[in-house]
Ligand binder design. Structure first.
Ligand code: ADP
Ligand code: ADP
Length: 229
């Protein structure tokens, strides 16, 4: 379960301007879809419709075959795990930050999630390990480390759908590349939506949509899209 469908979705924040002009896609359960496009194309709007921060003006958004208009915000939050661009960690321990979505989770599970997010080795290299405090009054983590903690948190929570909303866009190319490699394992057998500026960051997606001015202008696999320029 956990498929996502957009069916001829139209949407505008106000009546004067349509932001999405008939967007359709299917992410089958366990598959990944990347949405790339320039700033202002409508990518974040798609994630907001998925979470039902807004409702479509025309068309449908389905999760698990169910129209999201019949689903509560609480169920949507449980079904979709989001890793946003800028994660703000709590001024608390690394354990607390990873286990945030599942308080009291056993250490082994926290560590397994951190391994998958490629942050475990770093954490155990610290004198206080998972008990290290982070944030303003604790250890200052790099942008990449923070994103890895956020990814570990989402993995541990275990939602059927993962949404990476520009999750690596703020990082340098090298760090972004490393995190993308671990995301490939994370995304395996889970329904995954990745939103990104650059085509180069979503090489592993099963399908890629190129969005421009609220329309899908191209769709395909990475190599084919690169060849098309
Ligand atoms: P992207 O994520 O691709 O950069 P967005 O979905 O954030 O694009 O925005 C698409 C368009 O919608 C932009 O023109 C933006 O200015 C407009 N927009 C975004 N949020 C709002 C809002 N809350 N009210 C009005 N217009 C908005
Ligand atoms: P912006 O600040 O970019 O104009 P919003 O305030 O609408 O946009 O949302 C900020 C981001 O948080 C969006 O990209 C949205 O997808 C994301 N988001 C969606 N659901 C959640 C959630 N449950 N918890 C935290 N962030 C969420």
């Amino acid at each position: 379960d956990g498929g996502v469908v957009f069916e001829d979705v139209h949407f505008g924040y106000g009546p004067e301007r349509e932001i999405l002009k008939g967007v359709s896609f299917v992410v089958p359960p366990g598959k990944s879809l990347a949405i790339v496009g320039p700033s202002g194309a409508g990518k974040s709007t798609i994630s907001r419709l998925l979470f039902r921060f807004y409702d479509v003006s025309r068309g449908r958004v389905l999760i698990d075959g169910q129209d999201v208009r019949g689903v509560t915000q609480a169920s949507l939050r449980a079904a979709i795990g989001i890793v946003p661009q800028d994660t703000v960690l709590f001024n608390d321990t690394i354990y607390y930050n990873v286990a945030y979505g599942r308080p009291g989770a056993p250490r082994e599970e926290v560590e397994a999630a951190a391994r998958l997010a490629r942050i475990h080795d770093f954490v155990v290299s610290l004198p206080d390990g998972y008990d290290t405090r982070v944030g303003e009054r604790g250890l200052k983590l790099s942008g990449g480390e923070k994103q890895r903690v956020a990814i570990a948190r989402t993995i541990l929570k275990g939602p059927p759908i993962l949404l990476f909303d520009e999750a690596t866009s703020a990082l340098d190319t090298q760090t972004e590349r490393e995190i993308q490699i671990s995301l490939r394992e994370v995304a395996e057998n889970r329904t995954t939506l990745m939103i990104a500026h650059r085509l180069s960051t979503v090489v592993d997606a099963d399908e890629i949509l190129v969005l421009d001015k609220g329309r899908v202008v191209e769709r395909g696999r990475h190599a084919a899209l690169l060849a098309a320029g």
